[in-house]
Ligand binder design. Sequence first.
Ligand SMILES: [Ca+2]
Ligand SMILES: [Ca+2]
Ligand SMILES: [Ca+2]
Length: 474
Amino acid sequence: MSLKLLAVVTLYHGALLCTGFNIDERFPVIKEGLTKGSFFGFSVALHRQTEGTAKYLLLAGAPKEKAWSLPNVNETGAVFSCPITTDSNDCTRMDLLTSTDSSELVEGMWLGATVTSQRDQPGRMLACGHRYVKIFRTGRDEHYRMVGKCFVRGNDLTFDPSDVWQSDDREVCDPNGDFENEGMCNMGISGGMTDTDVYLGATGSYMWQGNVYIIWRDPNPDEIWNSEQKKFGQFFKYRHSYIGYSVAMEKKLLALNEYTVVTGAPRDESRGSVLLAVTDLNNDDWNDLIVGAPFYFDRMKERGGAVYVYMNENGSFQKKPTLILTGPASSGFGFALAAIGDINQDGFQDFAVGAPFHETGQVYIWTEVNRGSRRTYTFGYSINGGIDMDENSYPDLLVGSLDDRIALLSITAIVCMSFTLSNGNKNFKRAINVNYTVEADMDTRKSARVTLKLSVVTPLRDKLEPVVSLSTFP
Ligand SMILES: [Ca+2]
Ligand SMILES: [Ca+2]
Ligand SMILES: [Ca+2]
């Protein structure tokens, strides 16, 4: 429902209004993996294609999918792209891994454990397999180094070797060292892209201290060859803390115009964090931090899984969270976490939290951090959002599971209008017919999906008592 409709209704009726959102269940977009047990939906991303045919696509990683036309390889994982249709079996496997040689081991590489889309248009896509192995030889000895591998593809998901973002091999970890250095770095266990950087989490560097590798490229198209690689150093005291398990890179965190890298380190003093989301929850132009801790439990209160919200105070954060949200016991609440845009169009950014092990899995959507929550039922091992996939002005939500299925939750508006009717005459005995016309957003809807429900809010008592009726869409 467009904002235009709200304005029109207010103007003509001067009536009470309420707005909200709903998950559109009439046109479910559910996609299924090719192979049972392939973990299709382990990671998900919304992708907007603007080059060639303009379209919206759902990207899903299936890290245990079978190998495809590679000799002597059984399982590599894969990434699928799916159109927005009601057909659940029309996803296409991306052509990422076309050959292999004796210097590498792609068997069991978990390609698709990380899948993301670059939001600045025309956005590329990134997919990683953090269990990819480089084989390093000294004399007769073979050394296996699990350094991970990532692929970048263009906006239309094809490979363009002239685009250095795509042709760069991103072999950021040195395979010559062992696990005390970068030989087991597991690069690509997390990652993403800004308009200028590829950033990759690598939990295995320096005896599982972990690291984040950032490859910056000059945004000027004529200077795109100009690049720089950065990483955290070796700290020794943080060994076994798994830095890079999750990673985000955003402006407006510690400085307004510079990027800040935020990373989870789930084994840091057995506390740490697992997943991160960054968005401005209170509209002060500083991004706030949302941190998932799915293994949190409170035995006394029967709560399990927590999400910590840290509000940004002009570029700095308090050590203690501003708000702690918890889920049901053993729910894995906080396993997935995503900033999902402003899904109820109230001017504030919203976020979603997955609790994949609560019954059949649930996704909680927070639209008002300070005033409680609203939740809706679904699975939720992975979540991605923030793009309006059906152009109804509400950003939509893609949810994955460990059950080889993903679902696009299309957000639709609920608009409530109340009418108060009375002719002021106590002796009036005739029926009152109410004729009204509702103009919906015909210009933005591709197909009419507006239905109208009319209900009387309070029962009729006498003729002077106004009749209040309520219309809701959809
Ligand atoms: Ca803020
Ligand atoms: Ca909102
Ligand atoms: Ca939408």
